[in-house]
Design a protein around this ligand. Structure first.
Ligand code: NAD
Length: 260
């Protein structure tokens, strides 16, 4: 149902972003993928997306902590496809450390990538969406946009900010056929989660198994990881015309984490 539409997903060379790209391609959308990684692997994912969609997929390796690179990526999408109909602000990183020891450069990087980059992509996407009287802006926020956990100060701050930003945008675009929503997963098994296990082991003096069961899944009442495909399914539903009245929402997919 998305044939003729273009979706740009930030941070889509891996994890949840790649799952969004595949799900949107399966609905026939043109795709812009973004993120870091091995260039041969990315090229093979790009070709795979074209196979899934029967439409076009391009890759832009913009470093989203740099405003020039974001502007270049949005221009590139406009040059190839005319503009972006579905924007998913998904790129993000984590760093686990007590606040008093939190590296200042890591704080700046996480705020730039997890929060400020979304301001730039959204501000650059709005004029085209307004002109089309249709658009979908979606952010992968997190359960950490609603509640905090210790040792994740920059991430929790950025995710709370992302939720506030998308609510603001939803209000500004409410009469233009453009919705803006956050999807807030609990723990999804991706490289981002796997990567924070060693630091959490150190910060909490725990084994790998203790981190998985007593930290990651401790607050997730279903005691299961969310899958990236389940997160993507929520995004697909937000793209349907039936979802035109879902705007300014922060949709949890967290196994009950934030219910408690
Ligand atoms: P991931 O590490 O698998 O993917 C992150 C993506 O961002 C990759 O494509 C990476 O190349 C890209 N990226 C990193 N730095 C970048 C930069 N400077 N410029 C451009 N791209 C960059 O992580 P994931 O778990 O799939 O996370 C995706 C999003 O989901 C993040 O915003 C994360 O905070 C959020 N999230 C993840 C979980 C989880 O449990 N995995 C839970 C809630 C929210």
């Amino acid at each position: 149902f998305l044939t003729g539409k273009t979706a740009l997903i930030t941070g889509s060379t891996s994890g949840i972003g790649l799952a969004y790209a595949k799900a949107l391609a399966a609905e026939g959308a043109n795709i812009v993928i973004n993120g870091f990684g091995d260039s041969a692997a990315i090229e093979s994912e790009r070709r795979n997306l074209e196979k899934i969609s029967g439409a076009k997929a391009i890759y832009d390796g913009a470093d989203l902590t740099k405003v020039d690179a974001i502007e270049g990526m949005m221009k590139g999408a406009a040059n190839t496809f005319g503009g972006v109909d579905i924007l998913i602000n998904n790129a993000g990183m984590q760093h686990v450390s007590p606040t008093e020891d939190f590296p200042v450069d890591k704080w700046d990087l996480i705020i730039a990538l997890n929060l400020t980059a979304a301001f730039h992509t959204v501000r650059l996407a709005i004029p085209y969406m307004k002109s089309k009287k249709w658009g979908r802006i979606i952010a992968t926020a997190s359960a950490h946009s609603l509640v905090a956990s210790p040792y994740k100060s920059a991430y929790v701050t950025a995710k709370h900010g992302l939720a506030g930003f998308h609510k603001t945008v939803a209000l500004e675009l409410a009469t233009f056929g453009v919705t803006a929503n956050c999807i807030s997963p609990g723990y999804v098994w991706t490289p981002l989660v796997e990567g924070q296990i060693p630091d959490t082991m150190k910060a909490r003096n725990m084994t790998r198994e203790q981190v998985i069961n007593d930290v990651l899944l401790a607050g997730q009442p279903t005691k299961q990881f969310v899958t990236a495909e389940q997160v993507a399914a929520v995004a697909i539903n937000l793209c349907r015309d039936d979802a035109s009245q879902v705007t300014g929402s922060n949709i949890s997919i967290d196994g009950g984490w934030t219910a408690g």
